[in-house]
Design a binder for this molecule. Sequence first.
Ligand code: ADP
Ligand code: MG
Length: 267
Amino acid sequence: MLRTINLGRDYYVKDKNGSKTKVEAVKNVCLTLNENNSYSLVGESGSGKSTLAKLIMSLEKPTTGEIYLDNKNIALMRKKQLRILRSDFQMVLQDSYSALNPKMKIYDSIAEPIRNFEKLTLIQEKETIESLITKVELPVSSLKKYPYQLSGGQQKRVCIARAIATNPKFIVFDEAVSGLDVTVRKKILDLLLKLRSDIKSTYLFITHDIDVAFYMADNIAVMKDGEIVEYIKNIKSLNGFKHEYSRMLIDSLPPLYPKQRDYQEAI
Ligand SMILES: Nc1ncnc2c1ncn2[C@@H]1O[C@H](COP(=O)(O)OP(=O)(O)O)[C@@H](O)[C@H]1O
Ligand SMILES: [Mg+2]
């Protein structure tokens, strides 16, 4: 279980006159992510979602607050201690192409995280990698290719294979499907739902799309100006949302979106 208490992160940015202004990217976030559950974090661009993800993954140090992983305060841990935890946390980002080394064959891109954390024989490694590429529904022959030879959707699948390669406890998808064609996007989301039922982990789906947030998880946190303004557990209908901002997000769904129709009937 991962729990944050009053987590905050400030940045100082220089304005036009050269003076520093404080940006409170994340403010007072208290969030609990239970084992083997799925969560969506939704909010507009600049609301602090990626900063919160980086804090949770210990890629950034918090300005205030605590992060407990099974009762250990990881916010206080030093780099060396954190390195041991690294394999427990994986992240899939929006831009797959820059996440992959252009000079590395797909086989080696997937092997990289495994080699960092486990000692496998070459045969075991090959078996593991072939099983991973099959799990993300790509042909084994794609392992011989370079990233530029794959489509955006295929590159995304490779990034997902890399993320699940070390059997992490937490996988964060930060705008992982943003920028993909609608049909490809749906296929990737469905692949993630399928993997979720196979691979036990805690999934955090970060998105600015309320429809993606609904599709991917029952637990939804709504973020605005660095704060979690609403947190809904096991959502059954849109009625559950009370905050004015969450209602605005829901109202912004296209009228013909099927999920919204269902929810409207539920209301
Ligand atoms: N490294 C940084 N330096 C300065 N400001 C930053 C940095 N990272 C994020 N911010 C600022 O923090 C706020 C939240 O950003 P971010 O977490 O990226 O939001 P989101 O992922 O929801 O779009 C924004 O105002 C952004 O400009
Ligand atoms: Mg972001």
